[in-house]
Design a protein around this ligand. Structure first.
Ligand SMILES: [Zn+2]
Length: 77
């Protein structure tokens, strides 16, 4: 009876560890994809009115519009 209880505890514990590992893996993956979308920089072209975004880190020198190539600066809210 003792051995059966021990095996039951090991089985339940390993299932709990496995589910926790899956949870950490999928939570981290979702967080990475969310951060990648959240860090987009938004631009509004003052020449043609086009609204566009980029994923660059540093946009202090502006970013050219994909429609008319006019250099615009990041929108700040
Ligand atoms: Zn433009």
């Amino acid at each position: 009876m003792q051995a059966l209880t021990f095996l039951l505890i090991v089985y339940s514990g390993s299932a709990l560890v496995g589910l926790s590992l899956l949870w950490f893996f999928y939570d981290g993956r979702d967080k990475c994809s969310f951060e990648a979308n959240r860090r987009r920089k938004v631009f509004h072209c003052v020449r043609c009115g086009n609204l566009y975004s980029v994923r660059k880190g540093d946009v202090s020198t502006g970013e050219p519009c994909p429609e008319c190539e006019y250099n615009n600066y990041e929108l700040s809210f």
